[in-house]
Design a protein around this ligand. Structure first.
Ligand SMILES: Cc1cc2nc3c(=O)[nH]c(=O)nc-3n(C[C@H](O)[C@H](O)[C@H](O)COP(=O)(O)O)c2cc1C
Length: 215
């Protein structure tokens, strides 16, 4: 098979990004960009982000998860702590998040350290989830091999009747992780591939060093 994609060419012209006008705290720029993308309606899952971990096999692995909350402290998503990513993070909490918002011609890359959030916060979020999602959390040994689709559907039916009319407890192996950032790179596409890249690096005094990177 051979597919030549060299004619795929797009000129990026939507916006500019300058180190002279960015806020001192990158979380505020994240919030501004997120609102702009979300409100534009061009991306129906603006909160989808890639998280990469360094796996126990020595390979990096990316996968998409959904950002559910962010504060000055960091970025929270929910997952199975015993999944491949959960085990990788347990061993090495250094992770990388990235957002690609193609309609806005923007990318954000965030390096940080992941840690579990408090149990009561995970409980609160679990309780807010639709019942079907709660049950699926119980059915899924995320990242383990399963014999068939039918086996999953069968297990779901069993749990549906087991928990009929009852509250579904959050399993201890599932909950939130917060990624506390140490570095951000904001990328705004520009014409002729001369893109704007602004990096923020966390300093020992908790201020952020701001620099422009060559495209
Ligand atoms: C749009 C989208 C959203 C997803 N959201 C989550 C999520 O919030 N949490 C999660 O654990 N997996 C989520 N997944 C599934 C993950 O990409 C991945 O398949 C799963 O977490 C298992 O990854 P692992 O085996 O590397 O641990 C999502 C996938 C997609 C495509």
């Amino acid at each position: 098979m051979e597919n030549d994609l060299s004619k795929y060419r797009k000129s990026y012209e939507k916006d500019v990004l300058s180190e002279k006008t960015v806020p001192e705290n990158p979380m505020e720029l994240f919030q501004k960009w997120f609102y702009e993308v979300d409100n534009s309606g061009a991306d129906d899952e603006a909160n989808a982000m890639t998280i990469s971990t360094l796996g126990l096999d020595g390979f990096p692995k990316n996968r998409v998860v959904l950002l559910k909350r962010y504060t000055y402290e960091g970025f929270i998503f929910y997952t199975n702590f015993e999944s491949e990513k959960g085990k990788a993070i347990e061993e090495n909490p250094n992770v990388c998040l990235s957002f690609f918002w193609h309609a806005a011609e923007r990318q954000i890359i965030i390096k940080g350290k992941a840690e579990k959030i408090a149990d009561n916060l995970s409980d609160g979020y679990f309780e807010s989830r639709p019942r079907g999602s709660q049950l699926s959390t119980l059915v899924s040994n995320q990242s383990e091999v399963v014999s068939s689709r039918e086996a999953l559907d069968e297990q779901l039916k069993i749990l549906e009747s087991k928990f009929e009319g009852k509250e579904i407890p959050r399993p201890k192996y599932w909950g939130g992780l917060i990624v506390k950032p140490i570095e951000f790179e904001f990328w705004q596409g520009r014409p002729n591939r001369l893109h704007d890249r602004i990096r923020f690096q966390l300093q020992e005094d908790y201020s952020w060093k701001i620099e422009r990177l060559s495209p």
